[in-house]
Design a protein around this ligand. Structure first.
Ligand code: BGC
Ligand code: IFM
Length: 814
């Protein structure tokens, strides 16, 4: 069952009924000012940091789930009827509803009693504000007298404090209203000297800034008293809950449309301009006033919207496929890279499932995210790499997370996730492959942000490798530390103390538990580092890293092979995890996918056997589960993984993040049919038709789909902010379609379903445009037999770096 459809032409997902199984959201903003917005206008906004600079309030896990947002209300001043044009919060009986989630904007349109309202929400490029452009059309044969009300609830900045520290916060709220602009200035006087503003393009009839005055005592957002009454009371908030609400009267002739623009923005005074209150003359003239005036102008708003479209055109033009499969094209050309930009911007901080106050940016996560966006915003990728590397510790290890606002590592959950540093190597390698910018290796970058500790970035990568070499276990395999990629496989948890929580218990010394996953990652990262070393003339380093890589590969064969698949780990007692010997958790996906992806087992048949075991034990119609059999109870020595009920999350859920590792692995053994099959099983567009089962948005990946042990098998959770976005994008573009940036050029090495006749792929790479036509006349999966570059025969399948301009590349498989 579907709740909407893809409009590929306009690059929008069109939701045709408001009651989707879960709130289906979109992101506004792509630089500093961000917001999430659901199909019924729920959500909130923040400046840079969803915790520390929260502009509007949102209560998570509410009933209904999505309540609070950018709500408009309409009132028919003749009949007294009121309604929500975005359906929520009044759940009005709309005769028509559509929500178009597009690239950086959302438009919600509806009709109620022949009054049509269409509101477009977006953040103009380069600004720290959002626009709500509302168009109201009278489709009645008679004139209509209407009232339009806006509303938002301000958050008192630090969202954590806002949700907990009421004894203080009920007294701190301050607002100011000047020329129809509502300023929210709580805390401007002390530390921060900043404020938010909410403006309206039409003359206003009145305003409210105290929530209770607007809603009425004991009422909610579904039926505000002021809307019902048809007038606001010009309330000025002193403490309690500051809000912003405007009242605009609209008298519309038949067929007349009126546009009203609302601007919600954020302003931070420059450091030298201390304690300027919002109403200060200088400030208003110099900064906020002109910006407000600009965006209350219809032409400027249209221009800003056009600019936003052009911006996304530019980003999506870089990589474009036309294949026999609609779901491939749609995800590759539109939604998957769009989601990659969201994970770049927001990391794991703010979604419907991430509260914005929990986590900062993950070191591991952000490095992997980079694989999916580096081709679109290489300069920003460069900066992200340097910021991440600056939080690396002198030992080569890393803080697991850092705060986006301060760019400092935070030690909330420790720094001994022993896989972390290796992702930096993969990110740097991906950046250089994309850009050819070798200078990044020479950038001086500190450790733990300590001035004076700077070394060239190259040395950071060396220390990342050394970190593992300094932490090898009894079999010579990498010690797992707190966890590896699987945050919940906590093998150093053993404790005799009853009641100790799996989150914190680490009272063994951590010198036994080893990870075969990190071993596979190490094989890959040392190969990558060796290649970087070689091409920068560090030949001894290159030889050393190659040797380390080969040595680790041998250790995997010796101690990490279980007979039919790769073992997952050794626990802290030296027992196997992910082995036939285990009662539960006999086989895990991570080492199968990642070891083969890294090339381990290709030469001795292990790769094929491991992948056949995945197909046999882990694959389901909804995707590949993380492990089997699921843990039926909690095991302290395995940690959080066994805290989840069977089939959910890391306990045998379909973790969409590591499914693409298996797809890539399948391409490495040449099985294009299976790679595509796995790809399509979790491809959101391909699952659109079962939206009532999948429940999350059909245009973006979710972190997890419930596994076969779960009663809700097939149900997705935690959409948007997941490494799934980057890895699926890498799997489909670089390994299945096989257009892969390498250090010396663009590799064309498709591995596709044999029935495909071919496909075309356009790629802008290092300043040139490669228009690639792949033909598959003999219906194979893999194997390039002939290449022509601009009509001339080219040897091999590594395309050279071509001069600027458009180049025709003909590729034949056979
Ligand atoms: C996992 C969660 C886990 C958390 C704790 C996340 O990455 O997906 O299941 O609770 O890490 O570290
Ligand atoms: O690898 C992690 C990731 O860092 C956050 N989400 C869950 C994954 C698996 O535990």
């Amino acid at each position: 069952m579907q709740f909407g459809y893809f409009d590929d032409e306009r690059r929008e997902y069109v939701i045709t009924r408001p009651d989707t199984p879960l709130p289906w959201i979109n992101y506004l903003g792509c630089e500093e000012y961000f917001g999430i917005i659901s199909q019924t206008a729920g959500g909130y906004s923040f400046f840079r940091d969803a915790r520390l600079r929260r502009l509007t309030r949102y209560r998570y896990n509410n009933a209904p789930l999505d309540l609070g947002g950018r709500y408009l209300y309409l009132r028919d001043d003749r009949s007294g009827q009121t309604w929500s044009p975005s359906w929520m919060p009044a759940r009005s009986a709309l005769s028509e509803f559509t929500c178009r989630h597009g690239l950086g904007y959302t438009s919600i349109a509806s009709t109620f009693d022949n009054i049509h309202v269409e509101t477009t929400y977006f953040v103009p490029l380069g600004e720290t504000l959002e626009i709500w452009r509302c168009r109201v059309t009278n489709q009645r044969p008679k004139p209509a007298d209407l009232s339009l009300f806006s509303s938002i609830e301000f958050c008192l900045w630090d969202a954590w404090d806002d949700a907990t520290n009421f004894q203080r916060n009920f007294s701190t709220g301050e607002v100011e209203i000047k020329d129809g602009v509502i300023y929210h200035k709580t805390e401007y006087r002390e530390r921060r000297n900043h404020f938010a503003y909410f403006a309206c393009s039409a003359p206003i009839e009145g305003f409210d800034t105290q929530r209770e005055a607007f809603l009425g005592a004991y009422r909610g957002w579904d039926a505000p008293l002021a809307v019902e009454r048809g007038s606001l009371s010009n309330s000025v908030a002193h403490g309690w809950q500051p809000i912003g609400a405007h009242h605009v009267r609209l008298s519309l002739a038949p067929s007349e449309t009126r546009e009203v623009i609302f601007v919600l923005g954020y302003h931070e005074n420059p450091k030298d301009q201390k304690f300027d209150p919002p109403d200060s003359q200088t400030l208003n003239k110099r900064t906020v006033k002109p910006v407000i005036a600009r965006y209350l102008d219809s032409h400027q708003v249209q221009q800003a919207l056009d600019d936003l479209r052009a911006y996304w055109d530019g980003l999506l033009r870089i990589q474009h496929a036309r294949t026999p499969n609609l779901h491939v094209d749609r995800m590759v050309n539109i939604w998957n890279p769009y989601q990659c930009m969201a994970t770049f911007n927001i990391s794991r901080s703010a979604s419907l499932y991430e509260s914005g106050i929990g986590r900062g940016l993950g070191f591991r996560d952000s490095n992997q995210d980079l694989l999916g966006f580096v081709h679109m915003v290489p300069e920003r990728a460069r900066q992200r790499i340097l910021d991440l590397a600056a939080t690396q510790l002198p030992s080569g290890g890393a803080y697991h997370q850092y705060q986006p606002l301060t760019k400092r590592g935070n030690n909330d959950i420790g720094s001994n996730f022993n896989d972390d540093p290796h992702w930096l190597i993969l990110a740097v390698a991906a950046y250089i492959k994309e850009t050819g910018d070798w200078s990044i290796l020479d950038e001086a970058v500190p450790y733990d942000n300590l001035p004076g500790s700077e070394t060239p970035l190259y040395e950071h990568l060396q220390r990342a490798v050394q970190y593992t070499l300094d932490r090898l276990g009894p079999h010579g395999l990498p010690l797992i530390g707190r966890a590896d990629w699987n945050d919940c496989l906590n093998l150093n948890c053993f404790s005799d103390t009853p009641g100790q929580s799996f989150q914190t218990t680490t009272n063994k010394d951590g010198k036994v538990a080893e990870s075969i996953f990190i071993a596979g990652l190490f094989v890959l990262s040392t190969q990558e580092l060796a290649a970087l070393a070689e091409r920068t003339g560090r030949l001894e380093d290159a030889a050393r890293y190659r040797a380390e890589s080969a040595r680790m590969r041998e250790l995997i064969y010796q101690y990490g092979w279980d007979g039919e698949w790769f073992l997952r780990a050794y626990d802290d007692f030296g027992n196997k995890v992910g082995s036939q010997e285990c009662q539960e958790g006999k086989i895990f996906i991570e080492p199968q996918g990642f070891c083969v992806l890294a090339g381990v087992g290709l030469e001795n048949g292990y790769a094929q056997r491991a992948l056949d075991s995945v197909a046999r034990w882990l694959a389901t119609p909804h995707g590949i589960v993380l492990q089997q059999p699921a843990y039926s109870r909690y095991y302290l020595h395995l940690g959080e993984i066994s805290s989840y009920p069977p089939g959910y999350k890391e306990n045998a859920g379909i973790f969409c993040h590591n499914n693409p590792w298996v797809m890539i692995a399948e391409t490495r053994v040449g099985n294009g049919a299976r790679a595509m099959e796995y790809y399509l099983r979790i491809n959101p567009s391909n699952r659109e038709a079962i939206s009532e089962v999948h429940r999350c948005e059909p245009y973006v990946y979710a972190q997890m789909i419930a596994g076969k042990d779960a009663p809700t098998h097939g149900e997705a959770k935690n959409s948007w902010l997941t490494g799934t976005a980057a890895w699926n994008y890498v799997a489909i573009t670089q390994w299945i379609l096989g257009v892969r940036p390498e250090l010396d050029g663009l590799r064309i090495d498709p591995c596709i379903p044999p029935e495909w006749e071919g496909f075309t792929f356009r790629r802008i790479f290092r300043g040139a445009e490669y228009v690639i036509e792949v033909r598959n006349p003999r219906h194979v999966s893999k194997g390039v037999t002939a290449v022509r570059v601009d009509g001339k025969v080219w040897q091999g399948n590594l395309l050279p770096i071509l001069p600027p301009g458009v180049h025709t590349i003909e590729v034949e498989l056979g």
